[in-house]
Design a protein around this ligand. Sequence first.
Ligand SMILES: Nc1ncnc2c1ncn2[C@@H]1O[C@H](COP(=O)(O)OP(=O)(O)OP(=O)(O)O)[C@@H](O)[C@H]1O
Ligand SMILES: [Mg+2]
Length: 645
Amino acid sequence: MSLLEIKNINRWFGEGENRVHVLKDINLSIEKGDFVAIIGQSGSGKSTLMNIIGCLDTPTSGSYRIDNTETAVMSADEQAALRRKRFGFIFQRYNLLGSLNARDNVSLPSVYAGMTHAERNHRADNLLHDLGLDGKENNKPSELSGGQQQRVSIARALMNGGEIILADEPTGALDTASGQNVMEILHKLHDAGHTIIMVTHDPGIAANANRVIEIRDGCIISDTSKNPHIPESRVHSIQENTSWDFLKDQFVESFKMSVQAILAHKMRSLLTMLGIIIGIASVVSVVALGKGSQEKILENISLMGTNTISIYPGTGFGDRRSGRVRTLTVADARALQEQDYVENVTPVASANGTLTYLNQDLTAQLYGVGDQYFDVRGLKLAQGRLFDSDDVSQNYQVVVIDDNTRNKLFADGVDPLGKIILFNKRPLTIIGLTEKDTNSFSISDTLQMWTPYTTLMNKITGAKHISSVVVKVKDTVNSQAAEKGITELLMVRHGTKDFFTSNTDSIKQTIESTTGTMTLLISCIALISLIVGGIGVMNIMLVSVTERTKEIGIRMAIGARQSNILQQFLIEAVLICLIGGLAGVLLSFIISMLFNWLATDFGMVFSPASIIMAVLCSTIIGVLFGFMPAKKAARLNPIDALSRE
Ligand SMILES: Nc1ncnc2c1ncn2[C@@H]1O[C@H](COP(=O)(O)OP(=O)(O)OP(=O)(O)O)[C@@H](O)[C@H]1O
Ligand SMILES: [Mg+2]
């Protein structure tokens, strides 16, 4: 039984009228350990036959058996395994990978066969040494002469054992001396037991072989052997390693190749990433901005007091007739104070008027409030004292002023405490000063002052109604139930519903849900830019596959599986997206630093969830948009890919 058995093989190329019959009923068997030269004119079908022998191409019809195993029924990966384990290719134009140095080019076949990194490098260096390439291990192909490149490619063919060496015009691109050198190497390999099949159009070169087969127009016209007795071959292929380590190693190698590919096109990779960077940065920043503003607003609301319910006259905020509704009174506030769900109640009356001090006249807002008001509203005292229940019951003419008023009325260094001011010509003694209010809800430049509501109503305005009631509900009571109770009580007292209530809890919920909705909305828009970025990645990956078709062909010729190619391109796409995603997160950190520096009101708040989501998102985009180009690369026919320039 022969090593290689070819029976009635035909190869047609093209379709319809352009269909050409290149190989016509070829029958051939090659023995183990032989040195065969296939000779013929240009276009006679030598390379086509060689490619079929090397499982790079499949015949249109006929049978080809290797060690009595039919190849026609083999899957792409089974054929790749044959190329990897048993064949070693030497091409006329070397077909080395330009981005790898000599050592890595030589060791590439064993990457796919699962040899460890150290073992691989050791063997590659030995082979390079045997072929007289000491000191050239780290040279890229472009830094080597033609003859040296061809020797590197011979070393590569031997890397996995090279039981059957297939050489297509190995001396075709070399000068005579280098050509001779290559022939000497092939002789040595033959002596060592390798089976050698060489294609040439030069009878002088063919004379080196033991057996010469001549083809003309796709038919064998002669077949002569010098010595029909071939010694037993001692060459064996390496054993493949398919353990878990092997899978890990494959991944590491694919990863390295992807990084090399990205680094080889830095500018292009960066521009591709830009879409992802912008997309991720905007999603993360918008979410952080939304969260920051929401937290600030909620903080302000909790400053206003938790579990407080305010009652105003009218039908709702913005009701213009509410000023004429005069039914809300101090008696209502007292009635509310009696309820067991109420902790305390403070009526609020207010008046706009003229504030006079020395020779200054200013417009100011005076609030008449209960002594609990400061506590409920979260106003802090900076200086002096707040008024107490005594001040309220005795209608004392005392006033607490805010920071704005203090700045308007008094020069720096003047102590306002104890000074008497006039509000609508009524004297009030300043007893306290509140801290500067950072609550963004309040209008910053109005002058605000607080006096007991009794003082305001009885001594200044003379009004009988108040402008609102603030109720602090007991902590154990549900604020909605309390709101219902208050409404029912006041309905009974007033006879109609001429008031409305506002609950900090429901404001909180509304704000939470509105900022949530806004963030979601803007995130959706940002997501579109992510998708556009993903399409950019897909586009570039398709270009990359087209550009590197030759490289894919070379990898397949030396035994890469479809999964290896798929993995390599997929990792590349994911890596671009992942780096883009991380850069996007970094960019949004920079944006937030700038923002927090410029804006004093509130800062951007990052949540780990949004960052994890962003990174996950970019990975998914990489897989999603990288899959199509990667699949395209993996499905390429080895010989088509290889013949692409
Ligand atoms: N993919 C293809 N599609 C169509 N025709 C093809 C294809 N590959 C080869 N051929 C044709 O098959 C014939 C044989 O080509 P092949 O490459 O085998 O010739 P060759 O003997 O190796 O020639 P050379 O010495 O010039 O390399 C040629 O006429 C060529 O045009
Ligand atoms: Mg050829």
